[in-house]
Design a protein around this ligand. Structure first.
Ligand SMILES: Nc1ncnc2c1ncn2[C@@H]1O[C@H](COP(=O)(O)OP(=O)(O)OP(=O)(O)O)[C@@H](O)[C@H]1O
Length: 417
């Protein structure tokens, strides 16, 4: 079914629903709104409680950009994908709810909400809280959850396209969930490499987590764009802040070269075929500086160490760099997308089979966080919008809106850890 057909079907469906008292979709009044916890690109997000079960949920209001057209196609895509993606490491969409306008002006309008199981933290908030002391086993468990969730996504032929610590949620029980499928899209697996590949928009992924191929204008990318994001998140587990914080696409490329080495045909033969390669390399102040060494290992070796205060490590452990962790990180952050592992390969990485072994959850870490820190304040606290997508670029469907490259005051600017 084409997007137009889906839209038309939904329009008809909504008309029927509007005329009927039969609850095809539950009314949002089944939930009691408690507080506003986020301002997503698509609309507001509220913490709420189910009146009948007491279950905590996140209500994501769907921004109706053009109400006459009914339920937005982008939100419909998100719902359809999340229905396929039932997995413990993926945000749990419980249902879609609706609400009728209450005033005489709005009574013909229906507002829709996506209802998700509530998660107390996002990873960005957790990492920015210096009181949260993470041990190697916590980092490993969270990375295992993240890669397992990503593997499920890719096996379901879906690209996330907005991997970042702020889109990784952690439940009170200490289970990590990939969230925010607003930019996700299904992809076609090419059986025949000679077949033409579909073109996707390259205006995806928050700048700090954007891989070299997207920065060089690639429109035929694949799952490896998410794998790069997983690598950025893995490094951030130790640095506690995003590792490459460019404020323009050119600057982001320079930061990548500064850390991961020059983007050049010797390390990535196909780079010369990227749409922006020619223009960028020819610039006098090129964003593609050549002969830059790869210093990722040196920089990270100082940080990726066994923590001597980590009582859970066997006594025989040396407190040196964690060589297996370093190897996985190096692999995830390969400049050449073809050299990055698939999520399936990363899930079987040797690091996860070495002590300390990943656990079912990081519930013990969650227990160390005082209850008060489970609460939200808009724009502050656990869900503060660090590296938010809309600070760097609009969603594809919003490209007509003004793009702002500004990073808000108090946030990281153009730095490298
Ligand atoms: N299941 C959940 N539990 C708790 N909070 C959530 C949940 N889902 C979303 N949120 C909060 O709402 C915010 C916005 O949600 P989400 O990222 O899905 O929307 P978005 O419009 O795509 O936002 P963004 O512009 O940040 O990408 C999140 O950053 C998070 O703080």
């Amino acid at each position: 079914m084409s997007d137009v057909d889906i839209k038309q079907t939904l329009l008809n469906y909504q008309k029927i629903m509007d005329q009927s008292s039969y609850p095809y979709i539950n009314d949002v009044s089944a939930y009691e709104k408690l507080s506003k916890i986020g301002q997503g690109t698509f609309g507001e997000v509220f913490k709420a409680r189910c009146k009948s079960t007491g279950r905590m949920v996140a209500l994501k209001k769907i921004l109706m950009e053009n109400e006459k057209e009914g339920f937005p196609i982008t939100a419909l895509r998100e719902v359809k994908m999340l229905e396929q993606l039932k997995h413990q490491n993926i945000t749990d969409l419980i249902e879609v709810c609706s609400a009728k306008g209450s005033s005489s002006n709005t009574k013909d309008r229906t507002t829709f909400y996506l209802v998700f199981a509530f998660c107390e933290h996002d990873l960005a908030g957790l990492l920015s809280n210096q009181k949260v002391r993470m041990q190697l086993v916590h980092v490993k468990t969270m990375m295992k959850h993240l890669i397992t969730g990503l593997n499920k996504l890719h096996r379901s032929r879906i690209l996330h396209r907005d991997m970042k610590a702020a889109n990784v949620l952690i439940s009170k029980e200490g289970v990590l969930k990939l969230a925010d499928f607003g930019l996700a899209r299904p992809f076609v697996q090419r059986e025949n490499s000679a077949a033409p590949r579909p073109l996707y928009t390259n205006r995806v992924v928050t700048l700090w987590y954007r891989p070299p191929e997207l920065l060089l204008g690639d429109r035929q990318y694949g799952t490896k764009i998410d794998v790069w994001g997983a690598g950025c998140i893995m490094a951030e587990m130790w640095t506690r802040q995003p590792i490459m914080q460019g404020d323009t696409e050119q600057r982001q490329l320079q930061l990548i070269s500064g850390l991961c080495g020059s983007i050049c045909p010797q390390v990535w033969p196909n780079c010369v075929n990227m749409p922006l390669w020619g223009a960028m390399i020819a610039e006098p102040n090129t964003a593609l500086p050549q002969r830059k060494p790869r210093v990722l290992r040196d920089r990270m070796n100082k940080i990726i160490k066994y923590d001597p205060s980590d009582a859970k490590l066997p006594a025989s452990f040396q407190h040196g760099p964690d060589e297996e962790a370093m190897c996985l990180l190096e692999h995830l952050l390969s400049i050449d997308p073809d050299k990055r592992p698939t999520a399936d390969e990363a899930e079987d990485d040797i690091w996860f089979f070495k002590e300390p072994f990943p656990r079912e959850n990081v519930g013990d870490l969650m227990e160390t966080i005082p209850n008060s820190q489970f609460e939200y304040t808009v724009g502050k606290g656990a869900h503060a919008g660090r590296g938010r997508h809309h600070n760097n670029q609009p969603r594809p469907h919003q490209q007509q809106r003004q793009q702002s490259n500004a990073i808000p005051a108090g946030q990281y600017r153009d730095t490298i850890f």
